[in-house]
Design a protein around this ligand. Sequence first.
Ligand code: AMP
Length: 360
Amino acid sequence: MTAPLPLGSTIGIIGGGQLGRMLAMAAARLGYRTVVLEPQVDCPAAQVANGQIVAAYDDPAALDELASASAVVTYEFENVPVVAAAHLARSVAVYPPARALEVAQDRVAEKTFLNGIGIATADFRAVENDEELAAALHAFDGSGILKTRRMGYDGKGQMVFRNMTSGGFDGACSSLGNVPLILESFVPFEREISIIAARGVDGAVAAFDPAENIHRNGILASSSVPAAAGESTALAARDAARRILDALDYVGVIGVEFFVMADGSLLANEIAPRVHNSGHWTEAACVVSQFEQHIRAVAGLPLGDANRHSDCVMENLIGDDIDKVPALLAEQDVAMHLYGKAEARPGRKMGHFTRISPRR
Ligand code: AMP
C-alpha cells in the first residue's frame, strides 16, 4: 500500500481491549471505519467500532473474514500469533510487520535484537531448568529477575532473587510453569522512562517526549511528562527508538521502555509493537495522540506533530480507583478516559486521566 487509505475505508484491529477502543475512536475521527477481531462479546473496542468478528485471534476463517473486510489490519497487543499475522499478510497489508511481533514476543529474541543494533539491555541468560538457573545466578552474583520468555505482562510471571549465592531456589522453574525462562541481571536503575515513536509507510519517524513512569505491583501507575531525566537521556531514547523502527522496517506506533541509570545512560527493558499505556498522556497534551499517530501511519497518511503543548501527569484508574471518577470530573485541567468495562476487578485497568498544566 503506498497511496493513503481512502476515506471510509475499514481498518481491521486484532484485540478488543482499551487500546483497540482508543484506536477505533482515533480512526473514526479520521473518517475511517473499524472492525475488531475479539472473542469477548461487547468488549471495550467493539462498543465504539463499526463491527466485531467474535472469534479467537488465530481462527483461520475469522482471519479470512477480517482480511476481506479490511483495507489494512493492525493490532492492539503483542501476543497476536505470528502465524495469524503471516496468514493475514498474504491477502492484506498488516502493520506493524510480523517481524516486530516475533521480536517482542520472546524476551531473549528481543534483547538479542536490541544488542545486535547497538542498544544496551540488562545482562541475560536463557534458562530452562534449576541447574541453568543456578549457573546464571552465579554469573550475576546471586541477584536477578527470572521471567517467562513469553506472555508476561504487568509484572506477571516473574520472580526476584537477591544475594542467592547458596541455593534456595529449587523449584523456581516449575513454579513459573516449566516454560522457557530468562534470567536478567538486577538493574539498579534510578528511574524508568518510555518513549512512544511512530514510523510511516514512507519511513518518516516522529517521537513523542519520553515519559517518566512509576509502577505499582508491576502495573503502570503514572506517566509524567517531561521526565526528570535530562536532555541527553531523552535524545538517547529518541535515537534508540529510531534505530529500532528502521531495523524492523516498522510501520505504526511503538513503545520502548528503558531503565535510566545514575549516570543518565539507558538500558532498554522492553519494546511493545503497539500503542502503549505510557503514551496515553498524548491525547491530552499533544495535538495528535499516539492513537491518531498509529492510524495515520498504518493508513499511509503523513505523521502528525509529536510536540507536546502542555506538561502533564497521566494516572491509571485500576480496580476501585473508578470510585474516584466523580471527584476527578469536578477538577479543572483533568482529561478523563474510561474504557467501558462493566466490572471493576482488582488490578483491572478501568480508565485513566491526564492532568495537564502549562508547558514549562
Ligand atoms: P517487565 O515486565 O519486564 O516490564 O518488568 C516489570 C517491572 O519490573 C519493570 O518496569 C521494572 O520496574 C521491574 N524490572 C523488570 N526487569 C528488571 C531488571 N532486570 N532489574 C530491575 N528491575 C526490573
